[in-house]
Design a protein. Structure first.
Length: 319
């Protein structure tokens, strides 16, 4: 048979796999893709539900003590100690009234005033002294700067309990026991290395060209610190203020060690006064005062929450 008598080939009538266009191959492929997408969506939904369920369980475990304390403020003392139920049987505000009346002849508002004095004074001392010390370490070149900085960092590794007895002997010799000076003197002397280190790290992230431009205009270190560095340090200052306020407000060991008169007691010491191992303990009033003591801290935190998060987040920025 000659080449001219061969039947012509069907060109362009089949696909790559020999499947005719419009056949069942394209439909099977699209159905398979849809099934895979549905399976992936179901897996993602199952993993998301599992994650949220686990997070909810963890949240319940974490919040249960706080909810138990809040519910206990509405219970009498015998139900707090002997009853494991969370919901009070007969809710009342007697515990709050007892807490507001104070204890030991001292009003509740006296404890609040004392705590506020220490907390506000601690914030002022930390902001002033630690910012000045941080500026010296970050911007001023002086002999022994690295050695002093290493000593400051070493104090962060020194436990507070190691220096309790020497500090008490010194303050007792100076006649400062039963006053607020032992609790505040270190705040005004930049003794809190954590806040100094935090501000140093923030200052190192500020451009040094700002200092050089100010020096060209004839500004010295006091003018540079007050007019340039301090306004730019607002996030670090707010962060340090929040931590200083909360730590001072919640401090228990320091006031317990140095304060002897009930009219100088702070809120944590007043909470301890409701529990007496030798006589009747009023746990209901203690729980109510604990809730009242938490309110200023929570309000202070929520008022400056954005500045706190911003200040902590900017510690890792440079330039």
């Amino acid at each position: 048979m000659s080449a001219t008598s061969m039947p012509p080939k069907a060109v362009g009538k089949t696909g790559p796999a020999g499947v005719l266009p419009g056949g069942s191959g394209a439909g099977v492929s699209s159905e398979r893709s849809a099934q895979l997408r549905k399976q992936a969506k179901r897996r993602n939904l199952a993993s998301s539900l599992g994650f949220h369920l686990f997070s909810l369980i963890v949240l319940i475990v974490i919040l249960y003590p706080a909810v138990w304390m809040l519910m206990s403020t509405f219970k009498p003392t015998n139900e707090i100690v002997g009853d494991v139920s969370l919901i009070p049987h007969g809710a009342s505000l007697d515990n709050y009234l007892t807490a507001l009346n104070g204890i030991g002849g001292v009003s509740f508002w006296v404890f609040v005033r004392n705590s506020l004095i220490l907390a506000v004074a601690s914030v002022v001392g930390v902001v002033i002294s630690c910012s000045l010390a941080a500026y010296a370490f970050a911007r001023v070149n002086f002999p022994g700067r690295n050695a002093f900085f290493a000593c400051m960092i070493a104090t962060m590794l020194l436990p507070f309990h190691v220096v309790i007895i020497p500090q008490y002997i010194v303050f007792n010799s100076l006649g400062m026991v039963n006053t607020y000076w032992p609790l505040l003197l270190g705040k005004f002397l930049a003794a809190d290395a954590f806040f100094v280190f935090l501000m140093i790290q923030f200052m190192r992230g500020l451009p040094s060209e700002l200092d050089e431009a100010a020096r060209i205009d004839g500004a010295g270190h006091p003018r540079i610190f007050a007019s340039i560095i301090l306004p730019l340090m607002k996030p670090a200052l707010v962060t340090s203020s929040i931590f200083a306020f909360i730590w001072s407000w919640n401090d228990f060991f320091g006031p317990l060690l140095y304060l002897k008169s009930p009219d100088k007691y702070t809120m944590p010491i007043a909470l301890r006064a409701y529990v007496d191992q030798t006589s009747t303990s009023d746990y209901g009033a203690q729980m109510a005062m604990a809730v009242l003591a938490l309110l200023p801290v929570m309000l202070f935190f929520f008022a400056f929450q954005r500045q706190l998060v911003g200040g902590v987040a900017t510690q890792g920025l440079k330039g």
